[in-house]
Design a protein around this ligand. Structure first.
Ligand SMILES: [Zn+2]
Length: 250
């Protein structure tokens, strides 16, 4: 006999809720971009109950937060929070002030120096919030989508930064000092090319049409196709031999 109807639906829902309650919790930093979305898919595939965390930090546009909300829902995050902090109070970045976003830079130019889109200490701030939530959840795992190959040269995307933060986390939390939490910062993309990230994400069923990478999109969310993030994304899709679902937007 084939079971169907509301009772079975409730049964499935209760089973799904029970399963989620027995899964290990993890905090996943989620911007709504390509990298963090892939990381959320990786954490979900590894069986974590994903608690996604995004920030309204005074960035140029809030469209990425809408994308993050949709991505979190689609990829089955058990919870998604948007934390309000105002990095625009002191600016210092093209993403948090009226400094123009650099456009049409070559890969060669991107490989030297730290560009004006660097947001002072952003990943230190984001990881600190993730650490606080992880300690509250009694979670030992934090996921972040930093990448040190196809990136803009930000110092807080490098492996030595992640290792140092993990060390600090052991020293700076009650759970770490009492030995109840062996915190691990997962940065699964850190040594991957953008093309590898895209291929891996597609193998996990990620819909990149939901994501937004652009630093400077139009008010309706159309990417500029000229900032570092757009150019690195285009390079990644080209090298992966895949069409970016966002390429038709104009
Ligand atoms: Zn762009």
């Amino acid at each position: 006999m084939l079971l169907s109807g509301p009772c079975t639906t409730n049964l499935f829902q209760r089973s799904a809720d029970l399963l989620k309650s027995t899964m290990r919790p993890a905090v996943v930093l989620l911007s709504g971009g390509l990298d963090s979305t892939t990381v959320l898919a990786i954490a979900a595939r590894q069986g974590y109950a994903c608690h996604a965390m995004s920030f309204r930090y005074g960035q140029r546009h809030a469209i990425e937060l809408d994308r993050a909300r949709v991505v979190a829902e689609k990829l089955g995050a058990v919870k998604h929070v948007v934390v309000d902090i105002d990095l625009r109070q002191f600016g210092g970045s093209a993403l948090t002030s009226d400094i123009p976003v650099p456009k049409q830079r070559s890969v060669e130019q991107m490989s030297h120096g730290v560009p004006s889109t660097y947001v002072p200490a952003r990943n230190t701030i984001f990881l600190s919030f993730a650490l606080a939530w992880a300690e509250t959840l009694q979670a030992s795992d934090i996921f972040i989508g930093v990448n040190a190959l196809d990136y803009s040269g930000y110092p807080d995307c490098r492996p030595e930064f992640i290792t140092a933060f993990e060390h600090m986390a052991h020293l700076g939390t009650k759970a770490g000092v009492e030995g109840r939490q062996q915190l691990h910062i997962h940065a699964p993309l850190i040594k991957m090319t953008k093309a590898d990230i895209i291929r891996h994400g597609l193998s996990l069923g990620v819909d990149y049409g939901l994501t937004l990478s652009c630093y400077d999109p139009s008010p309706s969310g159309v990417p500029c196709k000229a900032c570092d993030s757009c150019l690195l994304r285009a390079k990644g899709f080209a090298e992966a031999g895949v069409t970016d679902p966002q390429s038709a937007l104009s």
